[in-house]
Design a protein around this ligand. Structure first.
Ligand SMILES: O=C(O)c1ccc[n+]([C@@H]2O[C@H](COP(=O)([O-])O)[C@@H](O)[C@H]2O)c1
Ligand SMILES: Cc1cc2nc[nH]c2cc1C
Length: 345
């Protein structure tokens, strides 16, 4: 596996940003977590000026062999259908992206269908992973390729001018893979981390718990072996998200993560490159059952809690207005000094 070298975070830019915020006409720390967000981005971008005008949401799409176990409420073909609908502007994330002025790209890393639309970035590894109950979801080579593809796509969109990257995904049955990854990574009992995904019944969730338990019993990947966890119970889009996180961090670009599937990707990315946490912004607490546990183990504090359970990057996109708000704060507010020259009672 490649050895990733991440640019160091700039403590100078962080201090400069905090000084700018402290100089503004407001109580110290008055803008709370928005200030933390500004300082974090300044450190990553090595500048006390936020640069987020050109933003891109990468939506990695792939199918999951484990879907044949009946773990999802949704037919597999929805991955392909929504990949195209997204590009036409008609999915939840696409509609939100339009309102927050964010470019979107769909990358086919393993959709179980022919997607011959030229707008799709065609990087299909296979027509879906294998069913993790019967075989490892992927080969080692496929797992490595999924990370490589994500990393290269991130590099490309950054080279074309994007200054902040958002990550989403489409993949029917991927809440099963994400739960299995988190269970393997943190030795969590499947019953505690498996949720309702795209809204399954409790009866079906009990079955999904058994499916995850069966797969983990069969492959029992070591909890610190990211590549074996990804290979045995992961997904191509999850590997690609790991790669995109690393690729953006390598280029000093902040990455906004999405929901439950992002937690799984982050849990493995941390093993591959522990400093990744400094580069990722966790957007929202997903509705998925295992969220509280995952957040606890990852030691993250997502900014929003909107009970979202769509994926596609919806939660990540909703953080952009917060960042735009800070940008306006930095450029439009009075400083403490300027405040004196305003209205005199
Ligand atoms: O992001 C989340 O937290 C999230 C929670 C539930 C469902 N999803 C989306 O719904 C699909 C997976 O649901 P499921 O039930 O097929 O595992 C997949 O396309 C995800 O992007 C996403
Ligand atoms: C309609 C639909 C849209 C989605 N987008 C991501 N996962 C999804 C699952 C469903 C069911």
């Amino acid at each position: 596996m490649a050895d990733y070298s991440l640019k160091p975070i700039s403590l100078i830019a962080q201090t400069e940003m905090q000084e700018k915020l402290d100089n503004l006409a407001k109580p110290i720390a008055g803008l709370g977590r928005l200030e933390e967000l500004a300082v974090k981005i300044a450190g990553i971008q090595n500048s006390p000026e936020l640069s987020v005008d050109q933003r891109c949401c990468l939506v990695f799409a792939a199918d999951h062999g484990v879907a044949e176990e009946g773990v999802s409420a949704t037919p597999q073909k929805v991955t392909a259908i929504q990949s195209i609908n997204l590009l036409n502007g008609h999915t939840a994330a696409a509609a939100i992206a339009n309102s927050v002025h964010c470019d979107m790209k769909v990358i086919d890393v393993g959709v179980h269908a022919e997607l011959d639309d030229p707008r799709i970035i065609a990087q299909k590894i296979r027509w879906g992973t294998r069913n993790m109950v019967q075989e490892p979801a992927m080969t080692r080579d496929e797992a490595e390729r999924s990370i490589k593809i994500g990393r290269e796509v991130a590099h490309q969109v950054i080279e074309s001018g994007n200054r902040i990257i958002l990550l989403g995904e489409l993949g029917i049955a991927n809440t099963t893979a994400a739960a299995a990854i988190l269970a393997a990574r943190y030795d969590i009992k499947p019953a505690e981390i498996v949720g309702y995904g795209s809204n399954i019944t409790e009866v079906r969730r009990q079955h999904k718990i058994k499916v995850v338990a069966q797969a983990l019993k069969r492959w029992h990947p070591a909890n610190d072996d990211a590549m074996t966890i990804l290979q045995t119970v992961g997904g191509y889009e999850i590997g690609a998200k790991i790669g995109a996180m690393i690729g953006a961090a390598e280029m000093g670009v902040p990455v906004i993560l999405d929901g439950f599937i992002s937690y799984a990707a982050l849990s493995l990315a941390e093993l591959l490159t522990p400093k990744i946490n400094q580069y990722v912004i966790t957007s929202h607490a997903s509705m998925e059952n295992g969220t509280a546990l995952a957040i606890d183990y990852l030691n993250i504090e997502p900014l929003l809690d909107l009970h979202l359970a769509v994926g596609e990057g919806t939660g990540a996109l909703l953080v952009l207005p917060l960042i735009d708000a800070i940008e306006n704060v930095l450029t439009q507010m009075n400083t403490q000094n300027e405040m004196q020259f305003g209205y005199q009672p």
